[in-house]
Design a binder for this molecule. Structure first.
Ligand SMILES: [Ca+2]
Ligand SMILES: [Ca+2]
Ligand SMILES: [Ca+2]
Length: 315
């Protein structure tokens, strides 16, 4: 370890006037984020840099938007992967194939027309999965491209982790029958045995709110009052007031995760929190000196002397 050099660089980073640290000063310490069980969260390679760290991916992969996961590059998207006939994308790599009547040449990109005569490398029947060499005394000898091993039948080629990460998205381990794929501790292996699925343990699976692990990956959901957006991850408040005024008799006010009903002056909100009922002001003592008449939303006081019926009586 280049401990001395790292320390000196960290001192420079934290020096007054050059401080570009964020948050607590603690982060300026020489923490090697890569030096833990989670490899800094990087699924391939992690590089400690002063005050930070950076994830990189093996050849054939590109860094995902989260800066930690690695995604397969589709080499066939560009120039058909350089394949003369057919390009087939694979995790971590790609391969060329030829149309019927042709076989793949040693350069693994161009196609050679099938030849009828004898057991030589111009004849598809040589059976070599990758590279065919004509033996000095007739017949052929098969070889494999770098990253592959010749199988016991001396014709087939067995993939190893040295080619395209063995077709594994995250980790690869060589076994007799070919690579065995694994995933970063916070991911689970997909049923294809090669790719890795997010789990709720990583960044809540990208979910805004509730995250649930399922066999097909993470499943996001939202609490009452929110709807899941088309991205399947984000939760957006429902504006309940848009539909039927939220069921409110009078006023509806949208809030994050809910909504509130309120009533016009002179009305009170009932316990259903939606209906508005007139306040009977006349039921309160001392609302009027004499006679009180209740109206929807208001009331009226009538002085005793002006009451029409008393006039009638005195006449
Ligand atoms: Ca690929
Ligand atoms: Ca709302
Ligand atoms: Ca009233």
């Amino acid at each position: 370890m280049q401990g001395g050099q790292k320390s000196r660089m960290d001192v420079d980073v934290c020096a007054p006037g050059t401080d570009d640290c964020q948050g607590e000063g603690k982060k300026c310490e020489n923490i090697d984020e890569c030096d833990n069980d989670f490899n800094g969260g990087c699924v391939h390679e992690c590089f400690n840099i002063p005050g930070n760290y950076r994830c990189t991916c093996y050849d054939g992969f590109m860094l995902a938007d989260d800066g930690h996961n690695c995604l397969d590059m589709d080499e066939c998207m560009f120039n058909n992967g350089g394949c003369q006939h057919i390009c087939v994308n694979t995790v971590g790599s790609y391969e060329c194939r030829c149309k019927t009547g042709f076989f793949l040449s040693d350069n693994q990109h161009t196609c050679i027309h099938h030849s009828e005569d004898g057991m030589n490398c111009m004849n598809k029947d040589h059976g070599c999965a990758h590279i065919c060499r004509e033996a000095p005394r007739g017949g052929v000898a098969c070889e494999c491209r770098p990253g592959f091993e010749l199988a016991r039948n001396q014709r087939d080629c067995i993939l190893t982790c040295n080619h395209g990460n063995g077709g594994c998205q995250h980790t690869c381990e060589d076994a007799d029958d070919g690579p065995i794929c694994g995933c970063h501790p916070k991911y689970i292996v997909h049923s294809d045995g090669k790719t890795c699925l997010e789990t709720c343990a990583v960044n809540n699976g990208g979910c805004d709110r509730t995250c649930k692990d399922t066999s097909s990956g993470v499943h996001c959901s939202c609490p009452v009052g929110f709807t899941l957006q088309f991205d399947g991850k984000t939760c957006k408040d429902i504006d309940e007031c848009q539909a039927s005024n939220g069921g409110c008799d009078h006023f509806c006010k949208n809030t994050v995760g809910s909504f509130d009903c309120s009533c016009k002056k002179g009305f009170k909100l009932l316990t259903d929190e939606k209906s508005c009922q007139d306040i009977d002001e006349c039921s309160f003592e001392r609302t009027c000196d004499h006679t009180c008449i209740n109206h929807p939303g208001t009331f009226e006081c009538i002085p005793h002397v002006l009451r029409p019926w008393s006039n009638t009586v005195s006449t």
